[in-house]
Write a protein that binds this ligand. Structure first.
Ligand SMILES: Cc1cc2nc3c(=O)[nH]c(=O)nc-3n(C[C@H](O)[C@H](O)[C@H](O)COP(=O)(O)O)c2cc1C
Ligand code: SF4
Ligand code: SF4
Length: 266
């Protein structure tokens, strides 16, 4: 099977997923690459996005061992039309649990035919300079692995005569999936003395939870704790102060600092 185009479809608030997908796309060597970025709120009104006669590389972060819910909802708005798909989850060095099997099922429901999958590691959303968890990942080694994976995907595609939608791609994970953690009610705070009201945090928020006028207001019920506002604030004025979140970051730093490596399923 020869394809002249590929489409990167992703939700990636802190850009680690997007970086992994870009490296895989380099590896496939397929000439024309387009992007469907589902990260920002207008994605909700995308409607049915037609994909066909191309390779889809679909990526989402792992939130509590599942595909981030916002990503799942936005991915289901895309129409796969029997397109071959490579499925990528990116997790913060703890575990990806049921996220990859869930992404396979979401992609299949959306009409894609999964042909390969992988779990990569990205800097944990909750990590800080003082409490690092996979900080700086995906790093050069990860991106090299992603490119080689892209080469292998292209080899698999070349060998495929036809797509077999009858046999699901085998990936780790359990069904029923683990329960999602109930969220809501907490969000990062803004340090008024350092905030310049530049508006960047509102621009990068995937759920439109932030409004900037005379001060920065956050709708805690919309916040998915993705930490994009914290990681993109140019003045360091967005901070996580919630004791429960600080405890989680401590735990991740203590228990999950040992380097994990990407896993591929072809
Ligand atoms: C709410 C939330 C839950 C998360 N749960 C997990 C998890 O269960 N396991 C894990 O290893 N990383 C977890 N992470 C970390 C992200 O999967 C990781 O940082 C990923 O690289 C973020 O992707 P992005 O940069 O594309 O946004 C979680 C992050 C958030 C915000
Ligand atoms: S990005 Fe930072 S400095 Fe800019 S408005 Fe938001 S909190 Fe303030
Ligand atoms: S307010 Fe919440 S959802 Fe919006 S960018 Fe910040 S952490 Fe993410």
């Amino acid at each position: 099977m020869e394809l002249a185009r590929q489409k990167l479809i992703y939700f990636s608030p802190t850009q680690t997923t997007q970086k992994v997908l870009a490296a895989i796309a380099e590896g496939t060597g397929i000439g024309q690459t387009d992007q469907v970025d589902l990260t920002l709120p207008p994605a909700e009104t995308l409607g049915k996005n037609e994909i066909s006669q191309e390779l889809a590389i679909i990526g989402a972060p792992v939130y509590s061992g599942r595909v981030a819910l916002t990503a799942a909802n936005r991915l289901l708005q895309i129409k796969g039309n029997g397109t071959p798909a490579v499925l990528i989850v990116v997790y913060g060095n703890r575990a990806f649990e049921d996220a990859l099997i869930e992404l396979r099922d979401i992609a299949t429901e959306a009409g894609f035919v999964p042909i390969a999958a992988a779990a990569f590691i990205g800097e944990h959303s909750f990590a800080t300079v003082n409490k690092p968890v996979a900080n700086g990942r995906p790093d050069t080694d990860d991106l090299g692995t992603a490119r080689v994976f892209g080469v292998d995907v292209q080899k698999k595609l070349a060998q495929l005569q036809a797509l077999d939608s009858g046999t699901p791609l085998q990936v780790p994970g359990n069904t029923p999936y683990k329960d999602r953690k109930p969220g809501g009610g907490i969000s990062p705070n803004t340090l008024e003395e350092t905030c310049t009201l530049c508006g960047t945090c509102a621009d990068v928020c995937p759920t439109g939870a932030i409004t900037v006028s005379e001060n920065v207001e956050t709708n805690k019920d919309l916040c998915i704790l993705c930490c994009a506002c914290i990681k993109n604030c140019p003045s360091g004025a967005r901070v996580m102060e919630e004791p429960v979140m600080l405890k989680i970051t401590d735990w991740l730093h203590t228990e999950f600092s040992a380097r994990r490596e990407p896993e591929m399923f072809l």
